[in-house]
Write a protein that binds this ligand. Sequence first.
Ligand SMILES: *Cc1c(COP(=O)(O)O)cnc(C)c1O
Length: 233
Amino acid sequence: MTDVAGRIADNLAVVRERIAAAATRADRTADSVTLVAVTKHVPLDLIRILVALGCHDLGESRPQELWSKAGEPLGAEVRWHLIGHLQRNKIARTLPLLSLVHSVDSARLLAALDAAAAEAGRSIDVLLEVNISTEASKTGLPPTAVAPLVEQCAQLPHLQVRGLMGMASLGSGEAAARREFARLRALRERLQSDFGIALSELSMGMSGDYEVAIEEGATIVRVGSALMEGIGL
Ligand SMILES: *Cc1c(COP(=O)(O)O)cnc(C)c1O
């Protein structure tokens, strides 16, 4: 167990150093980037190690897995991020656990989240997920479909849209990822000026491309496998 804890600590130190270096290259400070440790498929004892090392923002892609993990003691208060698809019939049970939903990709889901938040007497922060990759299989809204949803959000009092989320094409190389991230940032900037609102968060970058994402403006990176390297999960 100590070996595993040491390895995770080393992995985390490397990720934090690389985040700081990428932020510096982009003329930003390391604390302008939030590391969300993605814990899908990671067992609770290893999650507790991450939490003890100061990872208090955790991401899950499946609501059911989030339900079971969020119900367990983790050693500290954590902020849960949902980074995968949320079906409307799972909203009621998931919402109380969540601090940020990264993966909102339809008008119906926005309306349902707002209604559930109203019911629960709270408000919920969301990001709109945009398909920035050139792969047909990726999830998220086509870029041209984002503006109408931003407009819709203005009518939903229990929901705040904080920014955009995107995933680069896998395996098409750094230059392609950089172009895709830059496109997401440009879209964010256009929406901010068209609607006169702040979309301050850009959730982009995973284990393979978080440094490039930060150089292109990411404020949140979602890193999973790089933290568990060498653990043999
Ligand atoms: C799994 C996942 C991640 C983390 O991916 P790694 O390559 O393991 O860092 C990030 N974002 C989303 C949406 C994911 O599903």
